[in-house]
Ligand binder design. Structure first.
Ligand code: NAI
Length: 355
């Protein structure tokens, strides 16, 4: 299968294939859209069963980044990079520098950062050879802090729209995954008076949540079915499947994890069961939002006046409410509405000339 035939192609502007024999680097960079600004998206370093699957992943994730940035109101387009192979075997300083030089060659229209299999330290190595990287330890700082804040704003919209609640006092939230984002979400919910049920594969985190937040606990493969108001996935993608969707007892699913719906059918099943779903790329946009200033400071880019970070994060609340209201009115799933709004925003004229 070729690029043009891929189901995920969806009018991508540019797709680059890079290889470096000396380091065994094979990488794909997909740039879906630069209509709203230079594209941004992390680098995923992983093994794939086939090259076609790597290409599909790059294209799918790149389009998702276009949607995420557009819905967050950012002057940023969507792109993504994929390095093919097991990072534990393949990753070397030389490979990272070779990849950095390729990213530099793309120039002003793309910047990348961390993702699965690709750390902040890797990004900092690339910075030795290209300025087109973001999410380093200096700058806006750990993106997960801002992702968690954004998720809280999103949860406010969910509580208001689906539960008719203006505060989290007494609201029961089941949090799956107590990592960088999930822990912060749990802590802020606890501080706001929510009752927590938690699960993590790391028993230490679970014990700490019991002590610090008086949280109840469940097994990791059962928490989706918790008797809660909101199920908040903050661990893995693909947790809402045709098997788990019928088991969910919460009134809403809203959390940080990427790609929570294993399939569109699983999303439709939630809607049929009157379970509100907050599209993940809307509610988890805080990390991308926090990186936008650094992106604008890259060489050859024009600075566009943006609202302060806190306001941008808070706008996740309004955007989700807009999606929920339209979804109810138009009798379509929230993810279908989110996609439609994103496509409208991407088709619009550029926000401003950016470079
Ligand atoms: P993390 O790696 O810090 O935390 C993940 C947590 O989930 C860990 O505590 C891990 O032990 C736990 N976990 C793993 N498998 C589990 C399972 N089967 N059941 C329950 N817990 C399990 O990751 P982070 O940064 O907190 O991200 C969480 C999710 O949010 C991921 O899906 C990520 O892609 C997504 N996300 C994160 C952003 C960020 O700024 N960090 C931005 C946007 C999305």
């Amino acid at each position: 299968m070729g690029v043009w035939q891929s189901e995920e192609f969806d009018k991508h502007e540019q797709v680059c294939f890079f290889s470096d024999e000396a380091t065994n680097l094979r990488a794909i960079v997909a740039i879906h859209s630069t209509t709203r600004g230079p594209a941004a998206g992390g680098t995923r370093f992983k093994s794939y069963a086939s090259d076609d699957m790597a290409l599909d992943d790059a294209l799918r994730l790149s389009r998702a980044m276009s949607y995420k940035s557009a819905l967050a109101g950012l002057p940023v387009g969507g792109g993504k990079a994929v390095i093919i192979g097991d990072p534990r075997e393949l990753k070397s300083r030389e490979l990272l520098l070779a990849f950095g030089r390729f990213i530099d060659r793309i120039g002003n229209v793309f910047a990348t950062g961390e993702d699965v299999g690709f750390s902040v330290a890797d990004v900092e190595t690339m910075f030795e050879v290209t300025p087109y990287v973001g999410g380093m330890s200096k700058g806006a700082g750990d993106p997960s802090i801002h992702t968690a804040t954004g998720v809280l704003h999103g949860l406010r919209a969910v509580a208001e729209f689906r539960l008719g609640r203006k505060s989290f006092e007494g609201v029961k939230v089941a949090v799956q995954g107590l990592g960088s984002v999930g822990w912060r979400v749990a802590r802020q919910l606890h501080e706001a008076g929510a009752e927590l049920i938690v699960a993590d594969i790391d028993p230490e985190k679970v014990t700490k949540a019991q002590n610090d937040f008086h949280a109840l606990t469940m097994e990791t493969d059962e928490i989706h079915a918790a008797q809660a108001d909101i199920f908040c996935p903050c661990a893995l993608g693909g947790v809402i499947t045709m098997t788990t969707a019928p088991q969910i007892r919460a009134h809403a699913v809203a959390g940080a994890a990427n790609n929570q719906l294993a399939s569109p059918e699983a999303g439709a099943m939630l809607a049929q069961r009157n379970i509100l779903f907050a599209p993940d790329y809307v509610i988890n946009a805080g990390g991308v939002i926090s990186g936008v200033e650094a992106m604008q400071n890259m060489p050859g880019r024009k600075k566009i006046d943006m609202a302060p970070l806190e306001d941008l994060l808070e706008s996740i609340y309004g955007r989700l409410l807009e999606i929920f209201v339209r979804s109810e009115k138009e009798n379509r799933t929230p993810e279908a509405i989110a996609q439609m709004i994103a496509q409208e925003l991407i088709r619009e004229q550029p926000l401003e000339e950016y470079a």
